[in-house]
Design a protein around this ligand. Structure first.
Ligand SMILES: Cc1cc2nc3c(=O)[nH]c(=O)nc-3n(C[C@H](O)[C@H](O)[C@H](O)COP(=O)(O)O)c2cc1C
Length: 474
């Protein structure tokens, strides 16, 4: 029997829900983000529904663009768990579902990140993944000794080099390096240790890592930047591309661009899964779904909505909410792809300040689908069969009810259509479950590709010092 292509599904976690006003719904659990008991139940329910993974968005700050604490007090995304901590806790109460966490290359050190993910890969028995993000919020800069967010180009230059260091640390021990030979007294085989000795103007990391090579070699690598440099990074390193796409046409165009970038980087198209976010508002009937949607949108307070436009348009609080948008500010240093999407929306006929912030509060630029489970499944099937994606990150607008409905109404509908698995696949690891190969040492690292003498000229434009000795894997 020919194997049919099936979609991959993740559950995307944004604080207490993907709709910024969702926590205000009467049936929402407003403190969901910090309730470990809820998350344990949620992880187990997602696993019963056979979802591939849970996926945490994250930043290292209270991320906002509010002008003062009073305006900030309308923002419901303040208190969230640190991703490694929650992923480790949930790994202990599940068996098959994976956990992907966003961890920044801008406000971290690579040794820390390599070590934590290697540890989590053992703690989860091979079920973790790293969403490599470069951060977007100015607020993160203020927590790390900077008075402005690192500039977009530099963030990506740092990200490229950061992942080289992390991959190099993971590759530092061969799989069978730890012989622990009681007789001879040798704990590891020194021929199977490849100390990194990495030194450039950005990072000086000697190594080796004090954790063995991860179970998956590299935890599943996700990447979420959609700009040119974002796609370049993704096509080199990512197993999974997370993206915000509003229409089928834009999804199809993005999908083919990702796969073409991947092919140019020598990757096979199947080794990179493109998974846009989708925010479903479900109802037993279309009317019920529409009523829920309107209720959600009516809960978007202007004090919550206006700051969402502030990075692109500045302070709009003195302008009429039902009037048109002013000209945007010059150049944004935040999410280039998000900024461009916002600009496109702003230019639509009849767009007003209120309409635009409600769109942003709803799904932060992701695709909103309102309807019955069959309606939502129709759209998912359409995008999937048109090669607009390899699956979706489901973003429940609030918690827990819409997540449970996605598991109990939407997933069975997709399964009935043969579009989604009814059992986990593979060897128990997240890579296995997603049908992704375990990377060979050095296969995604620039360190292993370029001859040592030429390495100072690689495309990061960094100048390694004279003392640099970088290990090249055989
Ligand atoms: C769909 C999507 C999800 C993202 N999730 C996060 C996140 O959880 N944490 C974070 O710090 N940055 C996140 N980012 C920001 C990216 O890492 C990157 O900094 C930003 O998108 C700028 O790059 P770009 O211009 O290439 O899109 C996300 C971006 C996109 C498009």
């Amino acid at each position: 029997m020919a194997l049919t292509r099936q979609m991959k599904l993740g559950l995307n976690i944004v604080a207490n829900g993907a709709h910024a006003a969702g926590w205000r719904m009467p049936q929402a659990q407003a403190n969901a983000a910090m309730d470990i008991r809820l998350w344990k139940k949620m992880a187990q329910a997602a696993e019963s529904a056979r979802l591939h993974f849970m996926f945490w968005a994250d930043g290292i700050a209270v991320r906002h663009s509010a002008k003062d604490d009073d305006e900030l007090s309308y923002n419901g995304r303040i208190d969230v768990f640190e991703p490694f901590t929650i992923m480790a806790a949930l790994a202990a109460v599940t068996e098959r579902i994976g956990f992907v966490g966003s961890v920044s290359t801008t406000y971290n050190e690579p040794y820390h990140v390599a070590r934590k993910f290697a540890s989590l890969d053992y703690v989860s028995e091979g079920r973790c993944g790293w969403n490599v993000v470069t951060s977007w919020s100015e607020q993160e800069a203020y927590n790390f000794g900077r008075d402005a967010h690192m500039e977009h180009d530099l963030r990506y230059r740092r990200a490229e080099e950061f992942v080289d260091v992390v991959f190099g640390l993971w590759d530092g021990w061969e799989d069978d390096a730890f012989i622990r030979d009681k007789k001879s007294g040798r704990y590891f085989d020194p021929a199977k240790l490849h100390t990194l000795n990495f030194k450039t103007d950005l990072f000086a990391v000697k190594g080796p890592l004090n954790v063995a090579r991860p179970i998956q070699a590299y935890p599943v690598i996700a990447q979420a930047g959609s700009s040119g440099p974002g796609q370049d990074l993704g096509s080199r390193i990512a197993d999974l591309i997370y993206t915000a796409q509003k229409t089928r046409d834009s999804a199809v165009a993005f999908y083919s661009s990702v796969k073409a970038h991947g092919a140019a980087a020598g990757r096979s198209p199947d080794s990179m899964l493109v998974m846009p976010g989708i925010l479903p508002v479900l109802g037993h009937t279309r009317q019920e779904a529409q009523d829920r949607y309107e209720q959600l949108q009516d809960l978007v307070h202007a004090r919550l909505g206006l700051p969402m436009l502030a990075d692109t348009f500045g302070d709009l609080s003195n302008l009429p909410l039902d009037g048109p948008l002013p000209a945007p500010l010059a150049g944004s240093n935040a999410v280039k792809s998000g900024h461009e999407a916002l600009m496109r929306l702003a230019q639509q006929d009849g767009m007003t300040i209120r309409k635009l912030y409600k769109i942003m509060a709803g799904a932060s630029g992701h695709n909103f689908v309102v309807g019955t489970p069959a309606d939502v499944a129709d759209q998912m099937e359409d995008w999937f069969t048109a090669h607009g994606c390899d699956g979706f990150n489901i973003m429940p607008p609030f918690l827990p009810e819409p997540a449970i409905e996605a598991f109990e109404w939407l997933v069975p509908e997709l399964q009935r259509r043969g579009l989604f698995q009814t059992e986990y696949q593979g060897d128990g690891t997240l890579r296995g479950s997603l049908g992704l190969a375990r990377p060979e040492p050095g296969s995604r690292s620039r360190l292993a590709r370029a001859p040592a003498a030429k390495r100072s000229g690689h495309n990061s434009n960094l100048q390694p010092s004279d003392k640099t000795h970088e290990h090249v894997h055989p």
